[in-house]
Design a protein around this ligand. Structure first.
Ligand code: FE2
Length: 207
């Protein structure tokens, strides 16, 4: 089965005014679509054509001849995760067990939001900012270009795409305004909470 472009989980205009329909049309319909198409083209003759996307990413992370496949497969995976990390009328603060864990790891929720913003705004060049679980520890990490936590044995909970194509049409160079819109109006904390509970349940079952 070739890798397919997943549908957006909301209409193109559902994130306005924080992210315009124009941005989503370009970002999902051109950038994400191209990563999927290139992944499928590069999978030819690798023996991995029927593998799940996540396994392709993990198997190709070590560079060398598979670097182009890794970059495109990781970007295909990252974008699917990013669309799920956004929610119309989202944003604000996480709740429940995830909120408790964030407060324990970062001091309080405001300090967490400030640290996430700092990491996303100041990450140099193209990449992604994530809240991850790293062997049970909550961490904010920014990855470069296509790099993805799933290639480094970390469990992502939520992500923000900080490539310019994610915000330039709406915010030009003002990445800080885009990051603020994500934290205040778009972040899908319910998705992050589900990822957190799945990961912590899995860890508890393994102990
Ligand atoms: Fe992107």
């Amino acid at each position: 089965m070739p890798i397919t472009l997943p549908k957006l989980p909301y209409p193109m205009n559902a994130l306005e005014p924080s992210i315009s329909a124009h941005t989503l049309q370009e970002h999902h319909g051109r950038h994400h679509k191209t990563y999927v198409e290139k992944t499928n083209a590069l999978l030819a003759d690798t023996g991995m054509a029927d593998w799940p996307l996540e396994e392709i990413v993990k198997a190709t992370r070590n560079g060398g001849a598979k670097t182009a496949l890794y970059n495109n497969a990781a970007q295909a995976w990252n974008h699917d995760f990013y669309w799920k990390s956004l929610l119309p009328r989202g944003g604000g603060m996480p709740k429940g067990k995830l909120a408790d864990a964030i407060a324990a790891a970062f001091g309080d929720l405001d300090k967490f939001a400030a640290a996430f913003k700092d990491s996303a705004v100041n990450h140099f060049g193209s990449g992604w900012t994530w809240l991850v679980l790293d062997h049970g520890k909550l961490m904010i990490v920014s990855t470069k270009d296509a790099d993805t936590p799933i290639a480094f044995d970390q469990t992502p909970l939520i992500t923000l795409d900080t490539w310019e194509h994610a915000y330039y049409l709406d915010y030009q160079h003002r990445r800080d305004a885009y990051v603020t819109a994500f934290l205040d109006k778009l972040a899908n904390w319910e998705f992050a909470q589900q990822n957190f509970e799945r990961a912590t349940d899995r860890k508890a079952a393994a102990e």
